[in-house]
Design a protein around this ligand. Structure first.
Ligand SMILES: Cc1ncc(COP(=O)(O)O)c(C=O)c1O
Length: 374
């Protein structure tokens, strides 16, 4: 543990697990002097691809960058439509707008909270060039159902490292380009960072080029044969990622333990909805612990009351289509996606990190019970 330990009284919303392995790996890169496009980059990509069980992985500077390049790689362009969920982090819709495509929202499944395949099917038009399901809160989306709809799929796996789908396939391993994210609150972190996984060598080649200003692998440093970006991930970040991968299973197990303790501690609060259980072969890659408040409570008042009692919580997530940019640009209004809007208005994320103690979990649960008066 190289992070200052938190006391039992202090409950952060999220917290990474950083140990000596991280320190060693980062120091190794510092000592080498190869801070970018050095050996740690390829090493991290190969280790991540192996972990997911897929042929290729390309490391980039964020989950958003990963989604953006994955969407470009399946051919999304000006005037196209990309079907996605309105219950997500805003980046999953923004990346379509980056390419002047239109994000077309479809409602969510009320149990899994993921994009509903039937609603997505209804939204398909002849301009649909991609489906962008999100594995929300680490619960695998029904990608097998989206595969039946036809258009190419880009998976937003930014919250889903470690998840396994209903067919027993790890998220990211079905072969579609999938975007992962390594911000500091994620299951594993590189500080900031992301990864595109794919079964397709041409997509890997395109992503590698476009993250590096459109440079082809056999070209000189200042030679570019396509439009690109600077979406590179530094070797320092890759070193962190390599160390995190070494104990990813422990961190995931820690999150699963905390989730199970929360489920015990929160049972019996009338009207409170907990994350849906795993069914069949599904395994959630636990990312956050989000509950929906009973109907009739004002979410922001509850967040404030929890804060006053020393417990940080967060509205998580607000509906994307009702954000001011999406209202103004695309004319969205309340009532379009009723399931999403109901869930979004009542959702809060509770403190959640692998080293959370049972005492801390109990305190959060008791405080919530107290605030709700139940
Ligand atoms: C569902 C989802 N998509 C995309 C992103 C974007 O990742 P990043 O913040 O690394 O750009 C996130 C990150 O929080 C996310 O949760």
């Amino acid at each position: 543990m190289i992070l200052r330990p938190v006391s039992e009284d202090e409950i952060p919303l999220a917290r990474p697990v950083l140990g000596e392995a991280e320190e060693e790996r980062v120091l190794e890169v510092l000592r080498s002097g190869r801070l970018s496009l050095g050996p740690a980059l390829g090493e991290f990509e190969r280790a991540f691809a192996q972990r997911v069980g897929i042929a290729h992985a390309s490391a980039v500077s964020s989950g958003t960058a990963a989604l953006h390049l994955a969407l470009r790689a399946v051919g999304v362009k000006d005037g196209d439509e990309v079907i996605t969920t309105p219950l997500s982090f805003v980046a999953s819709a923004n990346v379509a707008v980056y390419e002047r495509a239109r994000p077309v929202f479809a409602d969510i499944d009320p149990v899994t909270l993921n994009l509903d395949p039937a609603a997505a099917a209804d939204a398909v038009t002849d301009r649909t060039t991609a489906l962008l399901p999100v594995h929300l809160f680490g619960y695998p989306a029904d990608v097998a159902a989206f595969e039946k709809l036809g258009p190419p799929i880009v998976e937003d796996a930014c919250e889903a490292v470690g998840a396994v789908d209903a067919d027993g396939i790890p998220v990211g391993a079905r072969g579609h380009p999938a975007a992962f994210a390594f911000y500091a609150n994620k299951q594993m972190t590189t500080g900031e960072g992301g990864m595109v996984t794919t079964a397709n060598a041409e997509i890997k080649e395109r992503v590698d080029s476009e993250r590096n200003q459109g440079r082809a692998p056999d070209m000189d440093w200042l030679d570019h044969d396509r439009l690109g970006f600077n979406y590179r991930l530094s070797d320092l970040a890759c070193a962190l990622g390599l160390a995190q991968l070494e104990h990813l299973d422990d961190m995931l197990a820690g999150r699963a333990r905390v989730a199970a303790s929360y489920a015990d501690a929160l049972t019996g609060i009338e009207g409170l909805s907990l994350p849906c259980p795993e069914t069949g072969r599904v395994r959630r890659g636990w990312f956050v612990y989000v509950v929906q408040l009973p109907h009739g409570f004002d979410r922001d008042t509850v967040v404030r009351a929890m804060h006053e009692r020393g417990i940080p919580t967060k509205p998580y997530f607000p509906a994307v289509h009702l954000m001011s940019f999406y209202r103004e640009r695309f004319g969205h209004r309340e009532g379009e996606f009723p399931v999403c809007e109901d869930v979004a208005a009542r959702s809060i994320a509770l403190p959640f990190f692998p080293e959370m103690t049972d005492g801390q979990i109990e305190r959060v649960a008791e405080t919530l019970r107290d605030v709700l008066g139940r």
